[in-house]
Design a protein around this ligand. Structure first.
Ligand SMILES: Nc1ncnc2c1ncn2[C@@H]1O[C@H](COP(=O)(O)OP(=O)(O)OP(=O)(O)O)[C@@H](O)[C@H]1O
Length: 782
């Protein structure tokens, strides 16, 4: 007899299926209350105009969709099935014919651009705050219906950003957007990387042997980029396109399929391109998720649980396992046990420095030991490579394959790559034979005279057969390598690649799940009946360019949603951290982790004085926590014209003065990090630091997530009479900032401005109570 719960679930499923076949409620109502209107806008609209229309429609709950590719793309407002369809003729709209919202004028294109390009107030994409709890358990259908247009809004926002940058009349305006780097020269061109060329570009400023730091920019690894002559514009045909491979403060390396000859000897510019593939894959994932609701598939057992219709289930008897990684602590063991016992979903909540990846690696090894085929993923290539390195180190014999474009992989994982393993396989050798034969046949074909009809026809037919044979042998090679693998490692978007389309797994493991869009996470989850997600929703969520899409919930992650929905039963929090001195940890533990974190013995009392070459007396004077107060020092914040990001030159001087004190105490420059929430302050600090501080890393807080340094100096920037603190109030950003430090953390800020916020006030109070207080005036000698 089915249980009551099962009967209820069945009834719910039936109701859901019935609803899926019915027209949406909005449409039903509109059909009943006819007439309804839909407006089809002309193809001549710019992406910016389309993005604005999407935003306004979304804000007013009007249905909206774009269809068609490239110049054929057009937007429709209103339901497709409206009783009256109005078509706006080409040329009827000019650039400033922007619709108005009910509440007033829509933002002007320049305001909109500034918000998008300017990151809220910050100068980078926005990180939305959590959506209201009411939105936490959508039905699968509601989630898909809500998210598809948000993905479209995000895509349009990125296209607008790319176009505004590359079409900017003045190159300086393009550079200010952060998407373009001007005046570069090639310092190095090296081969390798499975046939690609790596081009290392540096600033051409000064032109001589001294390499100036690159200006502040927003290019990061894996971005698609176009290389163009610097003297041309961003709309010119590129000399080459490639993928950003490595980013350093003074150089940027791009992986190209082939290096263009002309590029070597002239000043160059690099423009970031919008990545259409990612958006297409996200849309495909959502469509596949929608289909899985009725058609089933490997993930069918997960769907009810992940959309709140059923509770997570666990095996009652503990699953026996023998640790493969030595020294797992009690909370890490508990997390592994819970993951192995999960029948559908388990969450590993890993606060900073708690060994989340260590735990994930142990879970994967245990799954392999019991015969599972594992899909191991994360949002970023770097996180996946990190997993690969750790897995291979823990078990060199592990049958592991890393998929993805070789240009995006770390050199250390190339041997594990699908491409390398396919190249080494027998089927691939046979494919190579086919290619050789094709080449010979082509040469013969070219030598034939015009009249050798019969022979030409025969050779063409041979070439077709060989090409078919080559393709099928390549596919066989790929299928063989993937079929043999016990663990396949891929990025979340990589799981949607052609090669993995028909591969099913026993379990999907997602590391850094709190930094992945929910739609992206489903790419992995749809391939297995069980899933383990690891992350920390109390650190920064994924970056979303479109403010409107972020506000509508695009930045909310599945991890965060599941913590709210099933955290009590399905989540295990790692409670011992291996990074921070106890005083650094205490504030974050109290404010964000319910006082549940403890410091491992090895780090609880470690200080700078324990580092080699550090003077214990000077290090003692600096303390573990330091509050450097700019209050009353006249160190005001400033925003550059046309930019929303802020800088504070006085505070930058104080932060750099503190760095000099650390260096004087003997701390190595590479062990020091200066971080600040504002990109303009990053740029200013880099400009001001001088030669002696060149090896000190200066970065935004967002850019430093996942990293650590022995000593961290945080410049908080805000200093104004109104006490405005902007996005400093996001608890997750300050959590990330403070928890990067191992032995020393200095907070440079105006206590009068920052201290007015209750959350930040408690941060300052903690630093004052447990650390060294000084006035910035003492440091800069004012
Ligand atoms: N049980 C343990 N005993 C000793 N050291 C450990 C243990 N678990 C993890 N560590 C160490 O803690 C550090 C952080 O571990 P790991 O890289 O797994 O953490 P992470 O969760 O990926 O990092 P973060 O928490 O910052 O995201 C590493 O140096 C690791 O060796």
């Amino acid at each position: 007899m089915p249980s009551d719960a099962a009967l209820k679930r069945n009834a719910k499923n039936k109701e859901r299926q019935k609803r899926a076949l019915e027209p949406p409620a909005k449409l039903k109502a509109s059909v009943q209350d006819a007439p309804t209107v839909s407006i089809l806008f002309p193809t001549a609209l710019t992406p910016r105009q389309r993005a604005l229309l999407h935003e306004v429609a979304e804000g007013n709950s009007v249905a909206h969709a774009s269809a068609g590719e490239g110049a054929e793309r057009r937007i429709r407002l209103g339901e497709a099935a409206a009783s009256t369809a109005v078509e706006v003729p080409d040329g009827a709209l000019s650039d400033d014919a922007v619709p108005h919202t009910a509440a007033g004028a829509a933002p002007s294109p320049s305001q909109r651009g500034a918000r998008n390009l300017g990151a809220g107030e910050e100068g980078g994409p926005s990180r939305a705050l959590a959506v209201p709890p009411a939105a936490r358990a959508p039905t699968l259908e509601a989630f898909v219906a809500r998210t598809l247009p948000l993905i479209e809004m995000e895509r349009e926002a990125e296209v607008v950003q790319a176009l505004e940058s590359s079409a900017a009349a003045r190159p300086e305006a393009a550079a200010a957007s952060g998407r373009t780097l001007l005046n570069l020269r090639v310092r190095d061109a090296e081969g390798g990387l499975l046939g690609r060329t790596l081009l290392t570009l540096v600033s051409n400023k000064g032109g001589g042997s001294i390499v100036a730091p690159l200006p502040a920019h927003r290019l990061s690894t894996h971005d698609l980029v176009a290389l163009r002559p610097a003297k041309g514009g961003g709309a010119d045909a590129p000399l080459a396109s490639g993928v950003v491979y490595r980013v350093r403060e003074d150089s940027l390396t791009v992986a190209l399929e082939e290096a263009p000859d002309e590029a070597i000897d002239q000043p160059l510019r690099l423009d970031k391109l919008a990545n259409e593939v990612t958006y297409r894959r996200l849309r495909e994932t959502l469509t596949a998720l929608g289909r899985a609701a009725t058609a089933g598939g490997p993930a069918a057992p997960l769907l009810d649980v992940l959309f709140g219709a059923a509770a997570p289930r666990f095996q009652e008897a503990p699953v026996p396992w023998t640790p493969r990684i030595p020294r797992l602590d009690h909370s890490q063991r508990a997390a592994v046990s819970r993951a192995l016992a999960a029948k559908d979903i388990a969450l590993v909540h890993g606060p900073p420095g708690t060994g989340k990846t260590t735990t994930v690696v142990e879970i994967i090894l245990q799954e392999v030991a019991r015969g599972s085929k594992v899909l191991a993923t994360a949002a970023s290539n770097i996180a996946v490579d990190n997993l690969v390195e750790r897995l291979v180190a823990a078990d060199p014999k592990l049958k592991l394959v890393r998929t993805g474009h070789a240009a995006r992989l770390l050199p250390s994982v190339l041997a594990a790559s699908l491409e390398a393993q396919v190249l080494a396989s027998d089927s691939s050798a046979l494919a190579r034979d086919c290619r050789r034969e094709m080449k010979a046949a082509t040469v013969r074909l070219l030598k034939l005279g015009r009249k050798d009809y019969a022979e030409r026809r025969a050779l063409r037919s041979e070439l077709r057969t060989l090409a078919k044979e080559e393709r099928s042998r390549q596919q066989k090679a790929i299928a063989e390598v993937l079929g043999r693998a016990a663990v396949v490692c891929a990025t979340l978007t990589g799981t949607l690649s052609y090669e993995l389309r028909d591969v099913a797994f026993d379990v999907a493991v997602v590391d850094e799940a709190a930094q992945a869009l929910e739609a992206a996470t489903w790419g992995a989850l749809l391939k297995a009946p069980r899933a383990v997600l690891a992350g920390d929703h109390l650190q920064l969520p994924p970056t979303v360019i479109s403010d409107a899409a972020a506000r509508q919930g695009l930045a909310e992650t599945l991890f965060e949603r599941l913590q709210a929905l099933h955290g009590g039963v399905a989540s295990e929090m790692l409670a011992v951290q291996y990074r921070m001195h106890g005083d650094v940890m205490a504030w974050a533990s109290h404010e964000l982790y319910d006082d549940r974190l403890t410091a491992a013995d090895a780090v609880a009392a470690h200080t700078l004085a324990d580092l080699p070459d550090v003077d214990p007396r000077l290090a003692g004077e600096l303390g573990v926590l330091a509050l450097i107060d700019t209050a009353g020092c006249g160190m005001e914040e400033a925003a550059e014209e046309g930019s929303e990001s802020r800088a504070n030159p006085g505070e930058a001087r104080a932060a750099l003065a503190h760095v000099r004190r650390l260096l004087a105490a003997g701390v190595r420059p590479a062990d020091i990090g200066v971080i600040t929430p504002y990109n303009a302050q990053v740029a200013l600090l880099r400009e001001m630091r001088g030669e002696a501080l060149a090896a000190v890393e200066i970065s935004s807080v967002d850019g430093f997530q996942g990293r650590e340094k022995e000593a961290i100096v945080i410049s908080m920037v805000r200093c104004n009479a109104e006490g405005t603190i902007g996005f400093l109030s996001d608890r997750r950003r300050m959590n990330v900032a403070v928890t990067r430090a191992r032995r020393h953390c200095a907070l440079v800020c105006d206590s009068e401005t920052v201290g007015r916020d209750a959350f930040l006030g408690r941060l300052l109070a903690h630093f004052e109570a447990h650390g060294e207080y000084s006035s910035a005036a003492e440091l800069v000698g004012d």
